[in-house]
Design a protein around this ligand. Structure first.
Ligand SMILES: [Zn+2]
Length: 188
């Protein structure tokens, strides 16, 4: 099995005027794009058709971060509904706050999304220990109507330096690909 015929929409979180989490000179919007591009490359090598909500440093024209997420949701729904997207995966980075954790979030509705998140968390845990899947009420998961399954992955903490290390970024992306394989095997 490879990923031929699978359509995957990657959403690199934040961008443009909305950098997301920051730590010294590291910005979430840069980290998410770096991971997303590595993931895109690996998925294409596995035969998947990959779409990206952005491929450069841009926002979606919102007046603040919440509004920008809503604009992003609108963009996703306009551009990708009816396109037969199998998986929407939004890529993010968490803070280093005590309670924040690395994990895969899934919306309340949709059994496939929960199965996707559980498989992603299991395999991502080989890269980042203690990755867990949990339900979350987020606009990008709740309000997008484009994909068979949806998840948002917090790939790490903004204080971590691996985002600037190509080999580590590739390892992270590889773990996500492995999780996608497990998901497609489980739901087929
Ligand atoms: Zn984020």
């Amino acid at each position: 099995m490879d990923l031929s015929g699978k359509k995957i929409l990657i959403d690199p979180g934040h961008g443009g005027d909305f950098p997301g989490k920051t730590y010294k000179r590291r910005e979430e919007k840069v980290c998410t794009l770096t991971v997303s591009k590595a993931l895109e490359k690996l998925l294409e090598e596995e035969g998947a058709t990959v779409y990206m909500t952005r491929t450069r440093d841009k926002d979606f024209g919102g007046v603040d971060i919440d509004d920008d997420v809503n604009e992003r949701v609108k963009y996703i729904n306009q551009k990708y509904s009816g396109k037969g997207i199998d998986v929407l995966l939004s890529i993010h980075v968490n803070t280093d706050a005590f309670l924040s954790r690395v994990g895969v979030l899934y919306p309340e509705r949709g059994k496939a999304s929960k199965i996707l998140a559980q498989n992603l968390a299991r395999k991502y845990g080989t890269f980042m220990a203690n990755t867990i899947a949990s339900e979350a009420d987020l606009a990008v998961l709740r309000d997008t109507k484009v994909a068979g399954a949806k998840a948002l992955i917090e790939t790490g903490k903004i204080t971590q330096s691996w985002y600037e290390d190509d080999a580590e970024v590739e390892r992270a992306a590889f773990a996500i690909v492995a999780g996608l394989y497990d998901y497609f095997r489980e739901i087929k």
